[in-house]
Design a protein around this ligand. Structure first.
Ligand SMILES: NC(=O)c1ccc[n+]([C@@H]2O[C@H](COP(=O)([O-])OP(=O)(O)OC[C@H]3O[C@@H](n4cnc5c(N)ncnc54)[C@H](O)[C@@H]3O)[C@@H](O)[C@H]2O)c1
Length: 318
């Protein structure tokens, strides 16, 4: 199979490419990435000379380039996006451009060439849960509340619309918060690990009571693989880690594993419109495709901490 991956120099995309190439070594992958601040070719150093892999620097909004690259492609997997909620609150322009218009460009080209399309999205499109609400599932109505999640929701709607209108063979995954190696240290887990490695305090929003569901990146990518290989066309699948933690609980776990004291916590002003809780009911993908998250959180966190300790060049200049 020939696969066109977008955003493959970012956190999840680079892990996906290496995961896929290990499991499907005869497949050929083209990786198109604009190399924004979040993209890093060092993430792909170990496969850069693989004859079944090609990197192209470029923009998913570039119709001519994408048209040229998708010749003979069997599958598009779209990871390219602007992804940091805090940045979207400061300025949403790039989020609308890449996440909405970029997805539209890819869909039109997929439609023209009838290419199977998998779109990776987030649980944040569903809005926020109260402490005692039922978890999000594929049946939850969309209610995005940040410019980031609104742009991802718009892209998901477009992907579904191309299925219903044009019968484009699509699938969508909505996943909870990922962690693992190669994540840019603006997101909470790598930010806190790298701060602590430099003996700096860790900034916890508000009182740290917001809840997130954490999933190791390889578990997410195994879910994407299951959907690509066995998922029903036109369907959405929710992927989750079954691992809800308040930000304060998460922070204390990181502190403990890194032998740091709780006085390293610095409570800072809360994020604007901070969603209280995300949690995913992944019974659909479990029942239909046999997927469930396998990596124990503490073990995944230890592996992640070790990776940041051993890969200072990845983050020291950021
Ligand atoms: N990180 C998470 O916890 C999480 C959870 C669920 C879903 N997702 C989704 O998974 C996808 C990947 O997330 P991530 O955390 O790896 O993001 P990331 O920010 O680490 O990487 C995004 C990549 O996209 C590239 N990119 C940005 N604009 C581009 C453009 N116009 N053209 C081509 N490439 C461009 C960047 O250079 C970067 O390499 C996103 O769609 C995101 O919404 C992320």
């Amino acid at each position: 199979m020939k696969i066109f991956v977008t955003g493959g120099a970012g956190f999840i995309g680079s892990n996906f490419i290496k995961y896929w190439m290990t499991k499907n070594p005869s497949d050929y992958i083209i990786n198109l990435d604009l190399l924004t601040y979040a993209g890093n070719l060092e993430n792909l150093k170990d496969i850069e000379n693989n004859p079944n892999y090609k990197f192209v620097k470029g923009d998913i909004c570039d119709v001519v380039l994408v048209n040229d690259l998708v010749k003979d492609i069997d599958l598009i997997v779209n990871f390219a996006a602007e992804t940091h909620v805090d940045r979207s609150i400061i300025n949403s322009q790039d989020f609308i451009r890449t996440n909405v218009e970029g997805t539209r460009v890819l869909l039109d080209i997929a439609k023209k060439n009838n290419i199977r399309f998998h779109h990776t999205s987030t649980d944040e499109v569903f809005g926020a849960l109260k402490f005692d609400d039922q978890k999000f599932s594929e049946r939850t109505a969309y209610d995005p509340r940040s410019p980031y999640s609104a742009s991802k929701a718009a892209s998901d709607h477009l992907v579904r619309a191309y299925f219903h209108t044009y019968k484009l063979p699509i699938t969508i995954s909505n996943c909870s918060n990922n962690y693992g190696p190669y994540q840019f240290p603006e997101k909470i887990i790598p930010l806190f690990i790298t701060n602590l490695l430099e003996n700096k305090k860790v900034p916890v929003y508000g009182f740290g009571q917001n809840i997130r569901d954490w999933i190791y990146v390889d578990d997410h990518n195994a879910g994407v693989e299951a959907i690509i290989k066995k998922g029903r066309i036109g369907e959405t699948y929710c992927l989750g880690g079954n691992n809800e933690l308040t930000n304060l609980e998460l922070t204390k776990k990181i502190l403990k594993l890194m032998n740091k004291k709780e006085e390293m916590i610095e409570y800072v002003a809360d994020r604007l419109g901070h969603d209280l809780r995300y949690a995913i009911d992944f019974s659909k993908v479990k029942n239909e495709l046999g997927w469930f998250p396998k990596i124990n959180f503490e073990q995944g966190l230890i592996k992640t901490i070790e990776w940041y300790k051993n890969n200072k060049t990845f983050w020291e200049l950021n």
